[in-house]
Design a protein around this ligand. Structure first.
Ligand SMILES: O=C(COP(=O)(O)O)N(O)CCCCO
Ligand code: NA
Ligand SMILES: [Zn+2]
Length: 313
């Protein structure tokens, strides 16, 4: 069934596990995600960035939002696990409104680039509108940058979440789930040195807010997938993600939604390169995406097991 993201995350927060939030740009990733959720009997959170909506609508925002809602609802209404559709990193009021009108389960208002007060105001405005039509809201405090050993303390303070601000922010906005910046960053090149997250801040944010928390930039960039893609001509030198043990620790300290895009992209391109190299005569798109979809599904199933949401549908 098609559900509200908040229902999935409230249960996860209460029971102490996390659910991967899986980005899509096309139909093939949706297939892989749905199959993974069915095979793991796990709740499914699908998310699309603003760019994905533009891409799907071939430049038209309203068309893209409506297309994703109809695709996801068509699958959600025919599978035994709960499925939610979330707008990831909503930064433009008009796009957030199109997502709400199209029928998204939840939207993120990402005003984390602004000073605290403006972030709070922008978030409060979206919460009022979204809640009036039963849509839940995610916001972000602090900014996504990897913690580098040589970063001076002042810069740490400037970019990582302030737990006391988080308490005030949640109370004043009514936001349903919060993404506290604790040292991760988007993409395949997250850390120069060893992966480091600020678990002390995370723990405090959970204690002070008590709501479901979101980890952005949470892809692990698995070594085997990188090596496989590189064996078929890819060049991902220096790729490094969040190790599994660190992810598990983040769940222990209160993370319940784990945004995962890069790992899906890496698995897809590894499978695609492998298939095309080994099947030079194939040109049926229902065939040459098969391996790619299979690898994405396996990466998602492993992540569902790691985060503890398998058999939690
Ligand atoms: O926080 C994340 C996931 O980040 P990643 O999968 O790169 O670790 N997202 O919001 C997904 C979209 C942006 C990055 O591709
Ligand atoms: Na998000
Ligand atoms: Zn993100």
């Amino acid at each position: 069934p098609y559900v509200n993201t908040k229902d999935i995350l409230e249960k996860a927060s209460k029971e102490g596990y996390a659910v991967p939030a899986l980005n899509i740009n096309n139909l093939e990733f949706l297939h892989a995600i749905i199959d993974a959720g069915i095979e793991e009997n796990a709740p499914i959170i699908i998310e699309t960035s603003e760019g994905a909506i533009k891409y799907a609508g071939n430049g038209d925002i309203r068309r893209g939002a409506q297309l994703f809602v109809s695709m996801v609802r068509a699958f959600a209404n025919t599978v035994p696990v709960p499925v939610a559709l979330h707008l990831d990193h909503g930064k433009h009021f008009n796009i957030i409104m199109e997502a709400i009108k199209a029928g998204y389960s939840s939207v993120m208002i990402d005003a984390s680039e602004y000073p605290f007060e403006k972030n709070l105001e922008e978030t409060k405005k979206i919460v009022e509108i979204a809640h009036s039509v039963g849509v839940s809201v995610e916001a972000e405090l602090g900014r996504l940058v990897g913690i580098e050993d040589n970063v001076v303390v002042a810069e740490h303070e400037a970019v990582l979440v302030d737990p006391n601000e988080a308490k005030e922010f949640v109370e004043n906005t009514g936001v349903d789930f919060l993404a506290p910046a604790i040292g991760t960053s988007h993409g395949a090149f997250k850390f120069k040195g060893e992966a480091k997250l600020d678990f002390d801040r995370l723990k405090k944010v959970k204690e002070l807010t008590g709501i479901p928390l979101v980890l952005h930039g949470a892809s692990s960039v698995p070594e085997d997938i990188v090596k496989l893609a590189e064996s078929y001509g890819a060049n991902f030198k220096g790729a490094k993600g969040v190790p599994s043990d660190i992810l598990k620790k983040a769940v222990k300290f209160g993370i319940n939604k784990v945004n995962t895009d890069t790992d899906l992209r890496m698995a897809y391109v590894a499978g695609l390169r492998e298939f095309l190299t080994n099947n030079p005569g194939e040109f049926d798109p229902r065939k040459y995406f098969k391996t790619a979809k299979e690898y994405v599904k396996e990466v998602i199933k492993a992540r569902m097991r790691l985060l503890g949401c398998s058999n939690k549908a």
